[in-house]
Design a protein around this ligand. Structure first.
Ligand code: PLP
Length: 386
């Protein structure tokens, strides 16, 4: 592909952005530059590459690609989603305050409460689906609003544009963890976010064979700091993982379409099942965040949470499935089933989980892209054992 990809469709950009043919060989796939250093022609003379913690062409291709898809000025790839979050939190200084969605990923909760609070940041945990709660928590020291939408696993929806307005009125940054939807379905920068963070481990890579993270910046100021953090902290994504994620993103569009159509069929089946007390999915018209979600995203994704009523019913379902695999994580081609209270959110204390509505009888599905008939039949047979 030649020229600027800006006017092209999502999948065309996913396949081509940041990936001109290799100048030496014409290779269509970006090579894995598995090198730690680069020979310099003379003192102070090099080709823009000095040391691989700072610059690597495979990582750069991924970073340009993700930045293009999210509509930002720069992308920064990290060794994990948590490394991406840890690196972006260095934008803050001791004494700063953060307003954060009360139901963020358990690892983010653990990092904020057990690590950053020791480093003298303070946090207000709010129901960010309620904009009044967000604005009510802002203080003179607030420098960041950090949200996930939908939240994991309770599926609360937050209004990105509304949160951006509140943050910007106080000179704070809005960060959105967009892991659950991917830029194919939701692009927070278009709604005013300053930074978007991803666990690329999930939908972006999509094949459950790499752990990684990315931050996309809307402005140069934060971009320069994050590049400096890649150099200074060094929590960078390896060339091989960069290659895998770049390869995964090429099929993001078709995967997300299939993820979503499979999820809709699964939701329809489960919503009609008396053994399932409640289905939490933003695509259901009675979901409290349905309208807000529709305004800011082009689809509902494939994360589905079930309230089974009792722990025993949840356990029977979790252990009764045969096609779904009982595993942490999400966003891969294979369908996964998990128990948030003891798996992804085990680091959230029980009383806090109760406050969030995250019960021991909840089951989370990451609906994959297998044949939908098999996914439905598997749930049917597992529910028969509940
Ligand atoms: C929404 C969300 N953000 C961040 C992370 C952390 O990503 P990683 O596991 O790649 O460190 C996860 C992991 O499950 C997640 O679900």
């Amino acid at each position: 592909m030649k020229g600027d990809p800006k006017h092209l469709g999502f999948s065309t950009r996913a396949i081509h952005a940041g990936q001109p043919p290799d100048p030496r060989t014409g290779a269509v796939a970006v090579p894995i530059y598995q090198t730690s250093t680069y020979v310099q022609q003379g003192l102070g003379q090099h080709q823009g590459y000095e040391y691989a913690r700072v610059q690597n062409p495979t990582r750069e291709a991924l970073e340009q690609n993700v930045a293009e898809l999210e509509g930002g000025v720069s992308g920064h790839a990290f060794a994990s989603g948590m490394a991406a979050i840890a690196s972006l939190m260095t934008l803050l200084e001791a004494g700063d305050h953060v307003v954060v969605s009360r139901n963020v990923y358990g690892g983010t909760f653990r990092y904020f409460t057990q690590v950053l609070e020791r480093g003298k940041l303070s946090f207000s945990w709010v129901d960010s689906s309620d904009l009044d709660a967000v604005s009510g928590a802002m203080t003179a020291a607030t420098r960041m609003v950090f949200i996930e939408t939908p939240t994991n696993p309770v599926m609360d929806i937050s209004d990105i544009g509304g949160a951006a307005e509140i943050a910007h009125a106080r000179g704070a940054l809005l960060v959105v963890d967009n892991t659950f939807l991917s830029p194919y379905l939701q692009r927070p920068i278009e709604h005013g976010a300053d930074l978007v963070v991803h666990s690329t481990t999930k939908f972006l890579n999509g094949h459950s064979d790499s752990v990684g993270g990315a931050v996309v910046c809307a402005r140069r100021q934060e971009a320069d700091w994050l590049a400096f953090m890649q150099k200074s902290m060094g929590a960078i994504l390896s060339p091989f993982d960069s290659f895998l994620v770049l390869r995964g993103i090429k099929t993001l569009g078709v995967r997300m379409q299939r993820h979503e159509s499979n999820a809709r069929a699964v939701v329809e089946l489960l919503a009609a099942q008396p053994k399932v007390r409640r289905v939490l999915y933003p695509g259901l018209p009675d979901h409290p965040g349905h309208d807000v979600h529709r305004r800011q995203a082009s689809g509902f994704g494939s994360m589905v949470t079930l309230e089974m009523g009792t722990y025993a019913a949840a356990k029977a379902l979790l252990e009764g499935v045969e096609v779904y695999s009982l595993a942490e994580s999400l966003g891969g081609v294979e369908s996964l089933i998990s128990h948030p209270a003891t798996m992804t959110h085990a680091s959230v204390p029980a009383e806090r989980r109760a406050l969030l509505g995250l019960t021991d009888s909840m089951v989370r599905l990451s609906v994959g892209i297998e044949d939908v008939e098999d996914l439905l039949a598997d749930l049917d047979q597992a529910l028969a054992k509940v």
